[in-house]
Design a protein around this ligand. Structure first.
Ligand code: PGA
Length: 262
């Protein structure tokens, strides 16, 4: 008899800066149709750009496929030109908000303090924040990977009450593996995931087992199964391989069968 994994795995696409409105709708509805029969034991979401978010969410309204925003601002309204509030994102029909992606940190000056405020704001409007953390190549080569990830995790979650912390999703994304085709080995990823789990366990005890810790960084249909075979890897945050129906649906299928144990 097959047993469903706890926590329930999540496979989330991150389309980054990609796609017209019609391309976004076509990709989202294609993923919806191709994954409909799988989204019973796992959660799956697509990650369109802001301009397509509401339309995509509307198209997916009656399906189990979720929608993730790629960022979001903590203030509800006011003089913050160019920002999109978490409340607006929730109102548009999204279920998740990615916060602290390494591209936001590296290219747009996102700090741990900002990420913490964004995560808190997302939770406040009923969104699930997907908090991204991960070390650079220099930090890994310098033996600093665990310390870096630990301080990012602490910075983003320190001020959340335990009852809110259990609702977050953590995404470990080593910066050197994002968009490079060079993914961490399952063992390298598991080492960090186990450390993240241990840090969460120190605060939440057994409740930490319920938190999903995703891996991200060059996850593809042909390497997702070996990653999902690791004890503390509960899904994937997927960039490049989420940009076609064929590749994302295959990735979700492979990932799902790998995490349904007998
Ligand atoms: P990638 O991106 O799958 O293209 O490496 C992952 C991410 O940035 O979330």
């Amino acid at each position: 008899m097959s047993k469903t994994r706890v926590p329930r795995p999540l496979f989330c696409g991150n389309w980054k800066l990609w796609g017209s409105l019609s391309e976004s709708v076509a990709l989202a509805t294609g993923v919806r149709d191709a994954t409909a029969s799988i989204i019973t034991t796992v959660d799956v979401a697509v990650g369109p750009g802001f301009l397509a978010l509401a339309t995509v969410a509307e198209k997916l309204k009656s399906s189990a496929l979720g929608v993730a925003a790629q960022d979001g601002y903590w203030e509800v309204k006011g003089a913050f030109t160019g920002e999109v509030a978490m409340a607006q994102i929730a109102n548009a029909g999204a279920r998740y908000a990615i916060v602290g992606h390494s591209e936001r940190r590296q290219l747009f000056g996102e700090t741990d303090a900002n990420v913490a405020r964004k995560a808190k704001a997302a939770l406040g409007v009923g969104l699930t924040p997907i908090i991204c953390i991960g070390e650079t190549l220099a930090e890994r080569d310098g033996g600093q990977a665990l310390a870096r990830v630990s301080s990012q995790l602490d910075g983003a979650t320190r001020d959340l009450p335990d009852a809110e912390l259990v609702k977050v999703v953590i995404a470990y994304e080593p910066v050197w593996a994002i968009g490079t085709g060079r993914n961490a080995t399952p063992e390298q990823a598991q080492e960090i995931h186990a450390a993240i789990r241990a840090q969460l366990t120190a605060r939440l005890r057994e409740k930490a087992q319920e938190i999903r810790i995703l891996y991200g960084g060059s996850v593809k249909p042909d390497n997702v199964a070996s990653l999902m075979g690791q004890k503390d890897i509960d899904g994937a945050l997927v960039g490049g391989a989420s940009l076609t129906v064929e590749s994302f649906a295959k990735l979700v299928k492979e990932g799902t069968s790998a995490c349904t144990t007998s």
